[in-house]
Design a protein around this ligand. Sequence first.
Ligand SMILES: [Zn+2]
Length: 160
Amino acid sequence: MGVSACVYCNCLEKGLLTSQPKAEWNVYVDSDGSRSTQAIDLEAELEFDRWNESACGHEFGVYARASIGNVSLAGMLRKMLSAKEIGKIYPVLLGHVLYNGTHGGDSVPMELMPQLQAEVFQLAGVRCDEQSVEAFLRGFEQTMQALCVDAKALGRPICF
Ligand SMILES: [Zn+2]
């Protein structure tokens, strides 16, 4: 168990789908950036899922996926960034990314993405004397940076 993050592609809006959806599925882009359907009957939903898996060059429209860390790592990072002297500058990392070690199915809202990018940028100034923890922290920083770059380029939020 742990937290993994992803950024969905924008092939639907960019006209880059390799196969077109059926009109009756009413395909739309959900708030997390994924392709979704307004179809309400199970058969159509299953058909949509099969289509969605290979509708573009990205399986299920997932452009990038990365592991944020397991429960103990997320807890360690949360504890570190919550420290009194620095805690106030990481509201999105603490409230939406590291708030527990097992969340999934949620996302950082689009309006908070600029703040998240600023927080990830500030991570560079956080150092830990303990070598193994420092290595985890730098890995987390790189992972979040890469996800933020993709999210910004695609106009997408980061999902978990
Ligand atoms: Zn795609």
